[in-house]
Design a binder for this molecule. Sequence first.
Ligand code: AMP
Length: 219
Amino acid sequence: MSRAIVIIGPPGAGKGTQARRLSEKYGYPQISTGDILREMAQAETVLGQEIRTTLASGKLVSDEILAEVIRTRTSLPDCKNGYILDGFPRTINQAHQLEELAEEQKKEVLLVRAMVHEEVLFKRLTGRSTCPKCGEIYNVYFRPSKVEGVCDLDGETLKQRSDDNPEAVQRRFSEYRTATAPLIEYYRSNGRLIEIDGEGKVEEIFEKLCSLIEGLTSR
Ligand code: AMP
């Protein structure tokens, strides 16, 4: 059966980084709802304005908007054999939406939870920047680029996200604790939860993650 692999974790847990590697290894598309919403936020429409304001505050965008985004994106042909969800679901209501969708699409849902302490997360978020051209992720504390503010791979100027400032980060932690953390029990109770320590080296975490995914699907 083809798979929908969900990566869940607090902001800064490395969801995007691991999702990107899984996508390269398995050939499944990486679907980042944060990236899709940031793109939608650029439109000069009422919807674009609404999303822009919500993102900058660190609050969650409505379940109705997310339902539409996910259904549309996962219906594209590249999702036929499987896909990786980075940032969705984030509420119990969205988890129910995903269950329904996965049943229609005949996908087995696996949840990967990345665990990281909050002090580390705070540095990861407030220190991070991304290359707008190739998507490479840097961090001034843990993974600085060779020249400050410039991508090592293509020389592009690195960008910081509008919600990686301390106030928005606190709000995002609080949204995670109240809305998203309850999903962990939901998936644990039906045996589809993989938990990984998200604090080591990216490559080591990735290897562990792959062997856990393969172990779970070969049972
Ligand atoms: P991320 O890039 O995953 O950290 O997401 C950035 C922001 O996009 C979040 O703080 C939310 O405002 C919004 N967002 C992303 N995914 C979702 C989701 N599944 N439900 C609601 N809001 C979301």
